[in-house]
Design a binder for this molecule. Structure first.
Ligand code: PXG
Length: 443
């Protein structure tokens, strides 16, 4: 067991330009976490905070796992870095092989990145280049979805469907179109699991095909369950229909599993949960339990093979990152996968999902709650917005929960919960109790 070295409070908070944060508000009342273990963070003022969000949907095996710490330490002392451009080291080959065996179908090839955003941009580029190497270079259109979050690269925000993430950044990628989102409170409020209503929304893809012609469309990217925009669970049959339409028109289907991958739904991946196999899968977060940054794109055999033609000394894909397959990330990922396997964490999440569903839906009827949705170990609790102050009610809830010892995540007036998969029933009880008390307290 390592001795903890708790950092002292920084003299100034000014220099760090915080991401996706109201900097001035935060810095006037900071919420700092200094250490973590299992299901809990410890704050700078030495309070325990139950982690209701697995960090940012990523610490699936719980915090500061000894096995992951040891693996990173050993790797750092053995091989700190080696290039993977025209060179190699064993770790990413072994990891890719192990990961490919976890994915269904022929998703057998793995391109490593350092984040979800890079995984998304890599997948979009692979889709474009794939059509080009096959002689269909007119297929350049990318289709995303309203309320989709695919990270913050120019590709990701272009196919993404969140106005504030797009509006300040110019004209984005050309030739992008969007499917409608599937959120509908009139039809689906308080649905447990997948809603019955909404599969027909996938048919909007046929409309886009008619509008643009299939011969111009490269790929469609969706989150199987939209996370960041407030836990939008796909209607029954929706993803199956998207798959069928893509097949009919030679369009690649990309699942962005940055959140749903590595057990969040109680299966390895959403592709297992829904029984729908896409052509490319983006992952990140839970791949290393977030201990070292890493992302990846899985590609089906047909996609990889399409590139493996021409002169053998020619580079097939002009794309990659200095840190693609970084030794520390590979070590963290191997140890993380060991833990998932040894502790049966995906099954554990699956077994607990019924208890979780009951618990979160017990908040129906609490003040301000207008919808509750869930799947696997994820839940979204939507609050009625205060007119002209959208987001302030949920933010108030976040601040009070944190003060009372619970970390939640909010987007607009939607609370998202996605605890580490090691969670036990008593943690769930405590979490719902704390959240319920705060809901009764806020205006
Ligand atoms: N795709 C999806 C589906 C994501 O959820 C990304 C891509 C980008 O990953 P990186 O590693 O580049 O951040 C994400 C990230 C939230 C929240 O609270 C969600 C994310 C990141 C930060 C906050 O909803 N998801």
């Amino acid at each position: 067991m390592q001795e903890l070295v708790i950092p002292s409070m920084p003299a100034s908070l000014d220099a760090f330009w915080m991401p996706f944060t109201a900097n001035r508000q935060f810095k006037s009342q900071p919420r700092l976490m200094v250490s973590a273990k299992g299901m809990y963070y410890t704050t700078a003022d030495d309070r325990q905070v139950l982690d209701g969000t697995a960090g940012l949907w990523c610490v699936n095996a719980g915090h500061c796992r000894e096995k992951i710490i040891a693996a990173i330490q050993t790797q750092a002392a053995t091989l700190d870095f080696a290039p993977t451009f025209q060179m190699g080291h064993p770790a990413p080959f072994a990891l890719a092989d192990r990961l490919a065996k976890m994915l269904p179908g022929d998703l057998n090839h793995v391109f490593f990145t350092n984040s979800g955003s890079e995984a998304v941009d890599s997948a979009l580029k692979i889709a474009l280049a794939y059509h080009q190497v096959r002689g269909e270079s007119r297929r350049t259109r990318l289709i995303g979805r309203e309320r989709g979050y695919h990270g913050v690269g120019f590709g990701g925000i272009s196919v993404g469907g969140i106005a504030p993430n797009r509006k300040s950044f110019g004209s984005l990628l050309p030739g992008v179109d969007h499917l409608p989102h599937t959120h509908n409170l009139e039809q689906n409020a308080f649905t447990r699991g997948q809603p019955q209503w909404g599969a027909h929304l996938a048919d909007e893809l046929e409309r886009l095909v008619t509008l643009h012609d299939a011969s111009t469309i490269a790929s469609v990217i969706v989150e199987p369950v939209a996370g960041s925009t407030g836990v939008l669970v796909p209607p029954k049959g929706y993803l199956e229909r998207l798959r069928a339409i893509c097949d009919r028109h030679g369009i690649l289907l990309i699942f962005d599993e940055v959140i749903t991958g590595f057990g969040r739904l109680g299966t390895g991946f959403a592709t297992d949960y829904f029984g729908v196999i896409p052509d490319l899968v983006c992952v990140a977060k839970g791949i290393t339990n977030a201990a070292v940054p890493m992302g990846a794109v899985f590609a089906r055999d047909g996609i990889y093979d399409a590139f493996m033609h021409g002169a053998e000394n020619a580079i097939e894909l002009f794309h990659g990152y200095t840190y693609s397959g970084h030794p520390l990330a590979c070590a963290a990922a191997q140890a993380t996968l060991d833990i998932y396997e040894e502790e049966g964490l995906f099954d554990h999440a699956n077994h607990l999902s019924g208890y979780w569903e009951e618990a979160v839906h017990s908040l129906k009827g609490f003040p301000h709650v207008i919808d509750i949705r869930n799947l696997g170990l994820v839940a979204g609790i939507e609050l009625e917005s205060i007119p002209s102050k959208v987001g302030s009610r949920a933010y108030d809830c976040l601040v009070r929960c944190f003060e009372n010892g619970l970390l939640i995540r909010t987007t607009g007036d939607i609370i998202a919960l996605s605890p580490p998969l090691i969670i036990q029933e008593h943690h769930i009880d405590h979490m719902i109790e704390m959240l319920g008390a705060v809901l009764k307290e806020i205006d």
